[in-house]
Design a protein around this ligand. Sequence first.
Ligand code: PLP
Length: 424
Amino acid sequence: MSQRKRDTICVQGSWEPKKGEPRIVPIYQSTTFKYETSEQMANLFDLKDAGYFYTRLQNPTNDVVAAKIAELEGGVAAMLTSSGQAANFYAIFNIASAGDHIVSAATLYGGTYNLFAVTMKKLGLDFTFVDPDASEEEIQQAFRPNTKAVFGETIANPALTILDIEKFARVAHRNGVPLIVDNTFPTPINCRPFEWGADIVTHSTTKYMDGHATNVGGAIVDSGNFDWDAQGDKFPGLTAPDTSYHGLIYTEAFGKGAYITKATVQLMRDLGSIQAPMNAFLLNLGLETLHLRMPRHCQNALEVAEYLQKHPKVAWVHYPGLVGNKYYELAQKYMPSGTCGVITFGIKGGRDESIRFMDNLKLAAIVTHVADARTSVLHPASHTHRQMSDQELIEAGVQPDLIRFSVGIEDAGDIIADIEQALG
Ligand code: PLP
């Protein structure tokens, strides 16, 4: 693990040019890479040598940016994917397949819920959703002999529940499976789940990491801490021969790099959800200021939340950074320097009034996006979560009147003035 501070990693991590090399990480805009002999290429296909040969699997620009994210999270290896959805799919599919089962916190991003409950179910994977606030004993009851992982979002979108990472890690490890945490909202600037026992971290880099709404992307980071071999035949994909590589065993051949190597050379090879190198370049520009933007998002969000809390037309406000919030203590434990810029609240008068308020905002834009430099707003029950029934919405922590307000890094006074005129 690096001794450098996060701010330095954000700006300079993983790209250290030598004499005459470009100061900025170059975009390797090339599908393919040249070799001098047929044998050199054959060795790459057999994984005997490491190297680039086709951008569907790996690209040097992506690898530089992935290495920066790995360093920020304190992990041993990382990979970029074309989206956060792909990251979460790969993170689970890398260790689970048809007939397997996953325990997941119920408060999830709507797209992740659909991925798990609908699409991955069609592939033969079964999910049990548990209340993130459930006791260890209650979570334990969700486990089956074929359970292969536990999943949760550090700060759930949009329920803003805070995952008790240590609690979920304890139950996962007691059952011999890894804890996978989607760390999109706090980013490694505010929380590093590996320090609390998580084994794998995923990101929608589309959010704060890019931060400028320019590119969709994802990332998976491995802590290197989970001992796949110690779990007998639970994870054959990693510990038994892979026939598509002449019987290679990932844990034997790659040690702590086994999980990310398999996801790259097998899943990325076969499913091809690579991040475009141009997007990785843009993502890297976002990462260079992540440590400056996150504190400002949190500071602005707290000011807006405190304003909303006092407003007579506001029915309720939920922000884990607010003193008195249900998740305040957990937020202080896992994210003492701030949570994220996302607030949820409802307007007195219910769903219709909440929608009318949104339509009157001028600075805050209605966009299918969150965690961006610009303040944005969305009504999950009508937008991101519209496939869910009312019961599913409630279980996912989404009230029908819930407004998701993603506080940007503009002047806090201007954001509050916009809210004030819209409430008026
Ligand atoms: N995870 C979380 C917490 C999200 O908020 C999102 C999207 O909003 C995703 C995953 C999916 O990411 P993407 O939109 O990059 O596919």
